[in-house]
Design a protein around this ligand. Structure first.
Ligand SMILES: Nc1nc2c(ncn2[C@@H]2O[C@H](COP(=O)(O)OP(=O)(O)O)[C@@H](O)[C@H]2O)c(=O)[nH]1
Ligand SMILES: [Mg+2]
Length: 448
């Protein structure tokens, strides 16, 4: 019998209501001790008004109580939810329930129980945490798709596609004298190659999945007075940064949240990079360089009204063209006369008139998303753990295919196949160690 656990499931701080969750075989007993009515008499999935009280009858709070009996609950155990008042009162109600015999829940313990009781597999459990922590609608969408089981289904499909070959290889190891019973070796290899390609396609989605789930850092850099701050304001749609005609106006880095399409960005405006002895500006430039090194995507602003300076040419050499968009600014004054071949992302803009803004936004999306536009229910890998396991699985499959091509012995082939299948099942959590589970659920918040 497992312990009955209890925690506040809503965020800390003031709030109209807080939700307290109790789960385990003693849920009803404990709830009955603290609630003013007979909890045993309630039908499952119904709501009841009453109050929480101390053993000596002192009224603590007026609440709604909802029993959700096993197995039809989040954890698969008997669950009681109590909706009480938020803030300090929630702490007081929690304490009363703990005094009645419940144990404080650890991080992710409710979801862990849901996983153990087969309510969801491991990648769905991880999606719960991703869903709660999502910083933008694209991340929310990706987590939701995983929670619905789309990633699990993909992994299961790979497993199913490999099953026949795995069975033949195992039989061959057991009865080597029988020889390999493939209908056609070429056909089998083709079939495995096909599965490998599908697995690689999923692997590639991690580039986008990671960026979406972690948020994207954009950094505006360039020489003084090219229009970085004006462009920051234009992108944000309000006057966030101070703009003047004086070089060196922006001395510190400025950050803000920016939404383009359904992607979320953190945008940073920086001090113009140039040689200076001015002490504050110098510090600002050090900060610019730090932001630059942390950026996922760099927006380098150039001024079309003048030639590139030596400093700018120098700076250009240090930038990764895959991570940089060249923004030729001030096209309202002068047209763009030169482009730089090494950079595939270039755009023309006027921070003053807003001309070219839509192009810039689509270019940012294009530069950030490696798999092209995100479709609504596209399955994206967002967890490093899943990515690494899939990568190892693909490697094992690749070894298996080369082994088949070069007639190596059955033991090696079947061991590659086993490794490949084991890595796949670790994603959904059928073959995972205690350590991995601890690592996953310790990242959760208490109450989930
Ligand atoms: N005509 C014109 N002026 C601009 C444009 N962008 C910026 N400026 C002007 O250039 C000067 C420097 O702009 P600012 O945004 O402070 O540049 P920063 O030093 O790179 O941040 C200001 O006087 C702006 O009004 C533009 O696209 N067209
Ligand atoms: Mg500025």
């Amino acid at each position: 019998m497992t312990k009955t656990i209890c925690a506040i499931a809503t965020p800390p701080g003031q709030g109209g209501i807080a939700v307290i969750r109790i789960s385990g075989s003693d849920s009803l007993k404990i709830a009955d001790t603290v609630f003013s009515k007979n909890v045993y008499a309630f039908k499952t999935h119904t709501a009841h008004y009453g109050h929480i009280q101390n053993p000596d009858g002192e009224l603590i709070d007026h609440v709604l109580l909802l029993p959700m009996l096993a197995p039809k609950s989040y954890t698969g155990e008997d669950v009681i939810e109590i909706h009480c008042h938020g803030g300090l009162m929630a702490q007081k109600v929690l304490k009363t329930i703990l005094n009645a015999g419940a144990h404080p829940a650890g991080p992710g313990e409710f979801t862990f129980r849901a996983y153990i009781n087969g309510k969801m597999d491991l990648c769905q459990a991880e999606a719960v945490q991703a869903l709660i922590g999502a910083k933008n609608t694209a991340a929310l969408q990706a987590a939701n798709t995983q929670l619905e089981g789309a990633l699990s289904q993909k992994i299961q499909a790979f497993q199913a596609q490999l099953a026949d070959t795995a069975a033949i290889l195992e039989a061959w190891v057991d009865f080597p004298e029988e020889g390999l019973e493939f209908a056609s070796l070429e056909e089998t290899i083709r079939h495995l190659e096909e599965t490998k390609q599908q697995m690689e396609k999923l692997e590639c989605t991690f580039a986008d999945g990671k960026i979406i789930s972690e948020g994207i850092n954009l950094c505006l850099i360039g020489a003084p007075n090219v229009g970085k701050s004006s462009l920051m304001n234009l992108l944000l749609g309000h006057e966030r940064a101070i703009v003047t005609h004086l070089p060196g106006t922006t001395r510190d880095t400025l950050e803000d949240d920016l939404q383009i399409g359904n992607l979320h960005f953190r945008i940073t405006d920086t001090a113009g990079i140039r040689k200076t002895d001015e002490i504050i500006e110098k510090q600002g430039i050090i900060r610019s360089q730090k932001s630059l090194s942390l950026a996922d995507l760099i927006l380098l602003v150039l001024d079309t009204t003048r030639e590139l300076t030596d400093e700018e040419r120098q700076l250009l050499k240090t930038l990764d063209p895959q991570k940089t968009i060249l923004m030729w600014n001030k096209i309202d004054i002068a047209p763009v006369t030169s482009t730089l071949d090494t950079f595939s992302y270039q755009t023309q803009i006027s921070a003053k008139t807003g001309q070219g803004l839509d192009n810039l936004k689509s270019l940012i999306e294009k530069a950030v998303l490696k798999t092209g536009e995100l479709s609504k229910d596209q399955v994206l890998l967002t967890e490093e753990r899943h990515y690494q396991a899939l990568k190892r699985s693909i490697q094992a499959l690749s070894d298996l295919i080369s082994g088949l091509n070069s007639n190596i012995s059955a033991e090696f082939l079947s061991s590659d196949m086993r490794a490949c299948l084991l890595e796949l099942s670790s994603i959904c959590g059928t073959d995972v160690t205690e350590d991995i589970l601890t690592a996953i659920f310790s990242k959760f918040c208490v109450g989930k």
